[in-house]
Design a protein around this ligand. Structure first.
Ligand code: ZN
Ligand code: MN
Length: 498
């Protein structure tokens, strides 16, 4: 086969609209005080390993699970928010597997076949993807327990041993399974962001906690088979892992090599997926009803009662941002993609009544710096007060917008306020006409030919203004700089004419 035909084949058959991605998202209900089936505390992060445990979450023989009622309430809230059909009677199933993260050798989960009834089926989430609005269908939502945490030294396939921390064992997880409606890694990230924002608005989940939302992805390319990628721990990782996996499968298909149906592991440090095991079939898990838990009846009145105290959800908040703050739809979408960011925005508007100005600062500069520093907004040092103070310094003519952009990273990373930073760094705007005038004289003296060119060409005038900015390290008041340079040019021009 010639090179030419391979090129045609890859571009025609494996175009990106032939990518199908479905996600299984595990969300810890982090607002719960205790685990799903026992009274052990759920705030395991940063705790001494294997201290928040009891016979139940260690899977000791004879221990019995007791369902956390608040977990059911939170799960019902999530199902309502995703417009899913809630089961009238849900049951728990045992998912059997032999692996050190689950000491009783089964996970208490839910199942949608063999008489199983998960918490809810159906529903959807709308996302704004680059190609327009898109509806991502939900297949089912269910409750299950988190396994223990396995800690590897270095990479999973090279680690000489595995450490196990059962503090996480038994934490309540909400599993949300989508239909394979996503067609790019970017859409997968947008979906996860929206899901996170919905759960945060419900107050059942804090997405800034490490590992609180993890996902597995099923990816298939036309002409290939479904490959599952496990262990994706953040939004950034989801895009990376999916991009890698699509590229890997595409390369195999292009070379005429069969893609194996298997489970792969995303290795965050090496940024590759590695083969773990051939994919288990559902029957391998020998699902059967959990005999130690009774079915849960979810009454219509309970659902109505929960509905009556549902908080404002992202889609409604987006509408409100457009209507009451006059924001473009795009701005509203980006701001509400994170509850923290949307809250931050509204706090700023209370202090400074120009929503679009605030939105611009948040969307372009703030988000970029947070992303570059790999920080959550809540981890940064910026507050609504500090951002507004910075904008006020520009309004009052103390600094230029350019300087504000320059100091923003420091406002984000350090305790100091904006005024303190500009004063310490000597960045306060130069609006001393005499001083600027002297600098301009000096520039003109050194650039005689440029000055003459500037008589005819406005671009060259801007070049001269640029030189002044460079000389003052961006501190010259831009309006004044423009004025002084144009005045002086007129003067020199008259002198030439004489
Ligand atoms: Zn326990
Ligand atoms: Mn699961």
């Amino acid at each position: 086969m010639g090179f030419g035909s391979a090129m045609v084949r890859s571009s025609v058959v494996y175009a990106s609209d032939d990518v199908k991605i479905g996600l299984e998202v595990h969300t810890q209900l982090t607002s719960l005080k205790t685990k799903l089936f026992c009274r052990c505390p759920s705030d395991y992060r940063g705790k001494e390993p294997n201290t928040l445990v009891c016979p139940t979450c260690l899977g000791m023989p004879g221990s019995l699970p007791v369902l956390n009622g608040k977990a059911v309430e939170y799960a019902v809230m999530a199902a309502i928010a995703l417009k899913s059909r809630i089961s009238k009677r849900m049951v728990f199933f045992r998912k059997n597997y032999f692996y050190p993260d689950m000491p009783k050798n089964f996970q208490i989960s839910q199942y949608d076949k063999a008489g199983g009834e998960p918490l809810a089926r159906g529903g959807y989430v709308d996302i704004e993807s680059p190609g327009g609005s898109k509806r991502v269908r939900i297949r089912r939502i269910h409750l299950e327990e988190d396994p223990g945490r396995l800690v590897h030294i270095g990479s999973i396939d090279e680690s000489p041993y595995t450490l196990i921390d059962y503090n996480r064992s038994g934490i309540a997880l909400l599993e949300t399974v989508t239909e394979p409606d996503l067609s790019s890694p970017r859409e997968a990230r947008l979906f996860l962001q929206k899901l996170r924002s919905i759960f945060e608005h419900l107050g059942i989940f804090d997405g800034s906690l490490e590992g609180a939302m993890r996902c597995d992805a099923n990816i298939s390319l036309a002409g290939g088979v479904r490959v599952e990628v496990k262990n994706i721990s953040s939004f950034k990782e989801v895009e990376r892992a999916l991009n890698f996996e699509i590229m890997r499968q595409r390369n195999l298909l292009d070379q005429g090599i069969r893609v194996e149906r298997e489970t792969r592991h995303w290795d965050e440090s090496r940024r590759i997926t590695i083969s773990l095991r051939s994919k288990e079939e559902e029957q391998d898990y020998r699902y059967f009803p959990e005999p130690d838990l009774v079915p849960v009846i979810i009454g219509e009145d309970f659902i109505e009662e929960v509905k009556s105290r549902m908080p404002e959800l992202p889609d409604d908040r987006i509408k409100r941002f457009i209507e009451s703050y006059g924001l473009p739809k795009y701005d509203a979408e980006v701001l509400v993609s994170s509850k923290d960011l949307a809250d931050f925005f509204e706090e700023c508007v209370k202090l400074y009544d120009k929503p679009k100005v605030i939105s611009n600062w948040l969307m372009s500069d703030l988000l970029r710096h947070l992303y570059e520093n790999d920080l959550e907004l809540s981890e940064s040092k910026i507050t609504p007060r500090k951002l507004v103070d910075m904008i006020l310094l520009i309004d009052r003519g103390v600094i230029s917008g350019k300087i504000a952009k320059k100091i923003l990273p420091e406002i984000i990373l350090k305790e100091k306020g904006p005024y303190e930073i500009v004063r310490e760094k000597g960045l306060i705007k130069i609006d001393d006409r005499q001083l600027l005038s002297r600098i301009v004289d000096d520039i003109f003296a050194r650039n005689k030919k440029v000055v003459r060119d500037a008589f005819e060409n406005d671009k060259v005038v801007h070049y001269l203004i640029g030189l002044l900015m460079k000389e003052t390290r961006g501190k010259a008041d831009p309006i004044l700089a423009n004025e002084i340079i144009r005045e002086k040019l007129e003067k020199v021009k008259r002198e030439y004419a004489l």
